[in-house]
Write a protein that binds this ligand. Structure first.
Ligand SMILES: [Zn+2]
Ligand SMILES: [Zn+2]
Length: 353
């Protein structure tokens, strides 16, 4: 089958590789239809590492995906506990927690110590024609959600988990630092939770335009000091909760300076160099709470309902669609922030052009 594999930094190639083995008990074969490119994929693409983990090559990236069940082993049961039949359209949760470790038993499968995750070494991802996964990670898609929307449920889940962890109250003021796909989804989820006013700090003009459509007051960090500007719009108080949703680095400090005394900073982004700086005095004097967000848990059903009911707009974030064979070009475009890119979807149904 055809698969897109990373062979080294910025070296992505379309390869012909052996078909996956047939699904065993409780497993299904997914004919992949749509795969989203994530900021974490760009880290792996550019640096051949994610956090402190070097990525051995070749690796098939891709963890935001949906497809159709092509084949099934014995007794495949979907994520809702129902039989999963061939022909079903599904979104696939890339996380495969063990279900047995202490963190899983405590209800935190996102912190599983034995986790397998599609697209994270040693597990290959979904940028290929077929992938074998546990049926229990598959969520059937309602008719109203197309394949690309199905792929968007993974980043939406991260955003929902971030907002859930922040325990937002109605009327809380919120800032989002970094208006990429995750930041724009956090913005929508925070608005749904009743938060407001909402501020988004983002250097790229077209992403600020989207944020404004979703109800945010936007700030361009190049145009002036973001914390001071937001202080000016909140009576000098700052916001209740600040979400760092870029690539951390200086944004963690920006978030800490923007939040009010006693407020909460949610650290969602993954920094390029595996570090971020935060002035201790800023965080200490304000008595801040810092919360790290690790992926998500139990968010797919909520994400499906929100998109189905039109309460969260994922379609407007999708700016580009490429066929599988043009994935290298898609990654280069996304990595260079070219052509007003927000979210790139690799669409395995579309024809090369
Ligand atoms: Zn992701
Ligand atoms: Zn576990």
């Amino acid at each position: 089958m055809r698969a897109v594999r990373l062979h080294g930094p910025c070296n992505l190639r379309l390869d012909d590789i052996p078909e996956p083995e047939r699904p065993g008990p409780g497993e299904v074969m997914i004919g992949v239809r749509a795969v989203g490119i994530c900021g974490s994929d760009l880290h792996t693409y550019r640096n051949a590492r994610i956090g402190d983990t070097a990525v051995p090559f070749p690796l098939i990236p891709g963890h935001e995906f949906s497809g159709i069940v092509d084949d099934a082993g014995e007794l495949p049961t979907d994520a809702n506990g129902k039989p999963l039949l061939p022909g079903t359209r599904v979104a696939v949760d890339p996380a495969q927690p063990c279900g047995k470790c202490e963190m899983c038993l405590r209800g935190h499968p996102n912190l599983c110590t034995q986790l397998h995750f599609c697209g994270l070494y040693p597990d290959n991802g979904a940028l290929c024609e077929r992938i074998r996964v546990p049926a229990s990670t598959c969520f059937p898609l309602p008719d109203g959600l197309d394949a690309a929307a199905g792929a968007m449920l993974e980043p939406l889940g991260v955003a929902l988990h971030s907002v859930n962890l922040a325990r937002l109250h109605k009327g809380d003021s919120v800032s989002v630092h970094g208006g990429g796909p995750i930041g724009l989804l956090i913005l929508q989820a925070a608005r749904l939770a009743g938060a407001g006013p909402l501020f988004v700090s983002e250097p790229l003009s077209w992403r600020r335009e989207l944020a404004e459509r979703f109800g945010a007051v936007t700030l361009d960090p190049a145009a002036g000091d973001v914390p001071r500007a937001i202080a000016g719009k909140t009576g000098g108080r700052g916001v209740d909760v600040a979400f760092e949703a870029g690539w951390a680095g200086p944004l963690a400090q920006e978030a800490a300076e923007t939040v009010r005394h006693g407020g909460t900073v949610m650290l969602v982004g993954i920094p390029e160099d595996d570090g971020f700086t935060l002035k201790h005095s800023t965080a200490r004097r304000k008595g801040l709470t810092l919360l790290f967000v690790r992926r998500m848990k139990h968010t797919y059903p909520e994400a499906i309902r929100l998109v189905e009911r039109g309460l969260v707009d994922v379609a407007s974030l999708i700016t580009h669609r490429f066929p599988l064979e043009r994935a290298p070009e898609a990654f280069a475009l996304n990595d260079g922030y070219l052509d007003r890119v927000v979210k790139v979807i690799i669409d395995l149904r579309s024809r090369p052009s």
